[in-house]
Write a protein that binds this ligand. Structure first.
Ligand code: PXP
Length: 240
């Protein structure tokens, strides 16, 4: 059965909107997420610190009981922080300052050597590394070549599809990607844009180890509470 890692970035977004307040605290949210039964906590420490701050990451490292997953760009600054904090998994993502959220996966055709070096450095210090890529067989083969511990399949194109045809096509790419990665013995996570409806498409796709979901769960938590929001997503994932 697949696991669920919950991204609490947007709890920090809500806090930061008011600048000088300390609530809601993403650390408190992470504790509630864990109490509700999730398998891990995800945070993306961005270069511009627009949501998660260094202080959040440091406290989360001490508090998280399940698994702390750090999403980050492959930069010297972030590698230094990861080596110090020692998250349970690093997910390497592309990052552009002007984007609203992560747009698309890493392009290993262009960045293969740089990403391979970052993977080597992190793995050398005992940190497993996942790389966020589009469901493209060439990217998956390159991920395998550069010894990524896992891949996270970018599900954004599938989630944003506006017609049945687009959606079915995007989903079939995800299925093929997950099966190829599994054949190559790479772990498979999936995420970006998943919600309480789109998750249902994954029924019967047993190749996914864990889903990484943030915005839809935090949004529902604002209305019904974090425990209920996480439990409702967990129930859907258990049913897949
Ligand atoms: N996975 C990755 C690599 C991401 O960058 C994000 C967004 O921070 C997510 C998963 C979660 O996406 P969402 O917030 O849309 O559920």
């Amino acid at each position: 059965m697949a696991g669920l890692a919950v991204n609490v970035d947007h709890v920090a977004t809500l806090r930061n909107i008011r600048g000088d307040v300390s609530y809601p605290d993403p650390v408190t949210a992470a504790v509630l997420v864990e109490l509700a039964g999730a398998d891990g906590i995800v945070v993306h420490l961005r270069e511009d610190r627009r949501h998660i701050h260094d202080r959040d990451l440091r406290i989360l490292r001490k508090v998280v009981q399940t698994k702390l997953i750090l999403e980050m760009a492959s930069t010297d600054e972030m590698v230094g922080i990861a080596l110090e904090i020692q998250p349970d998994l690093v997910t390497l993502v592309p990052e552009r300052r002007e984007e609203l959220t992560t747009e698309g996966g890493l392009d290993l055709i262009v960045q293969k050597n740089e990403i391979a070096e970052t993977i080597g450095t992190l793995q050398h210090s005992g940190i497993p590394v996942s790389i966020f890529i589009d469901p493209d067989p060439d990217q998956i083969k390159l991920a395998h070549q550069i010894n990524a511990t896992m891949i996270e399949i970018h599900t954004g194109t599938f989630c944003e599809a506006t017609t049945h045809k687009q959606r079915n096509q995007a989903f079939s790419h995800i299925v093929d990607a997950a099966k190829l990665a599994r054949k190559l013995r790479i772990g498979v996570n999936a995420g970006h844009g998943l919600c309480y409806n789109t998750i249902k498409f994954f029924k019967g796709l047993n190749e996914i180890d864990e889903f990484s979901i943030g915005h839809s769960i935090v949004s529902r938590a604002v209305l019904v509470g974090m425990e209920r929001a996480v439990k409702e997503m967990l129930a859907l994932i258990k049913d897949l």
